[in-house]
Design a protein around this ligand. Structure first.
Ligand SMILES: Nc1nc2c(ncn2[C@@H]2O[C@H](COP(=O)(O)OP(=O)(O)OP(=O)(O)O)[C@@H](O)[C@H]2O)c(=O)[nH]1
Ligand SMILES: [Mg+2]
Length: 211
């Protein structure tokens, strides 16, 4: 059996940043987007998943990623898909940025999530200590209405004592009315990375045989 901790991308490279829909790259690959409130750990999760520290920029200052950032990723062999594009989305719900800016980001995120035929799934990331709030409920419902596949991940589980993790996951499942348990993840330890890889593999349409 493959050691769950060792599943990592065969390669991952930065492709492009975009601040407006006109800058989005051509739709050439199935895309997996990473969404969540500011500072939830989107970039850290993406880096851990691909096994390249520092690929997506992380920061202690919320609201750091204000652009959509595309990466080309060759998934681990056992996942069985071809090259994917990962898209690190700007965080939402950061109260300290001016309202006009928040509205701008929201518009940009919706312009992406609502009109991207190659979007295979959105990884919705929730902070284990914070749980699911209105923003997460709104996002999950918004995606469901548009029939966008959603993978809910609860991150920073290393920050919670082991006996408190299961109840936290159950609460997120209940609050977001999920059909299954969210994936428990830690960018610190790598917990949940292979489970998330498998969920991503399932969400990506099979490659057409014969190319
Ligand atoms: N302990 C722990 N800390 C984490 C984890 N994931 C992220 N962090 C920390 O949380 C902070 C924010 O992480 P980022 O990955 O930059 O978060 P983000 O969601 O990309 O933030 P924005 O792009 O600003 O919205 C950093 O200080 C990370 O080191 C985790 O799984 N465990
Ligand atoms: Mg970020």
């Amino acid at each position: 059996m493959t050691d769950v901790r060792t599943l990592r991308a065969r390669s991952a490279t930065f492709l492009k940043s975009a601040a407006a829909p006109g800058d989005f790259p051509a739709e050439e690959l199935p895309e997996i987007a990473f969404a969540g409130r500011s500072n939830v750990g989107k970039s850290s999760l993406l880096n851990r998943l691909v096994g390249v520290g520092g690929l997506a920029r992380t920061s202690r200052t919320p609201g750091r990623t204000q652009l959509l950032n595309w990466f080309h990723v060759e998934p681990p062999g056992p996942i069985g898909t071809g090259t994917l594009a990962f898209v690190d989305l700007p965080g939402y719900g950061y109260a300290k940025v001016p309202v006009a800016m928040q509205v701008g980001w929201q518009g940009l995120i919706e312009a992406y999530l609502g009109a991207r035929p190659v979007l295979a799934a959105v990884v919705v990331i929730v902070d284990v200590r914070r749980g699911a709030e209105d923003e997460e409920r709104d996002l999950v419902a918004w995606l469901a209405e548009r029939e966008v596949a959603t993978i809910v991940v609860v991150t920073k589980i290393d920050k919670l004592a082991k006996n408190k993790r299961e109840p936290a996951l159950v609460a997120v499942k209940r609050d977001l009315a999920l059909p299954r348990m969210p994936i428990a993840f830690s960018a610190e330890t790598g917990d949940g990375a292979s489970e998330l890889w498998r969920a991503i593999g399932k969400a990506v349409p099979a490659r057409r045989s014969g190319g």
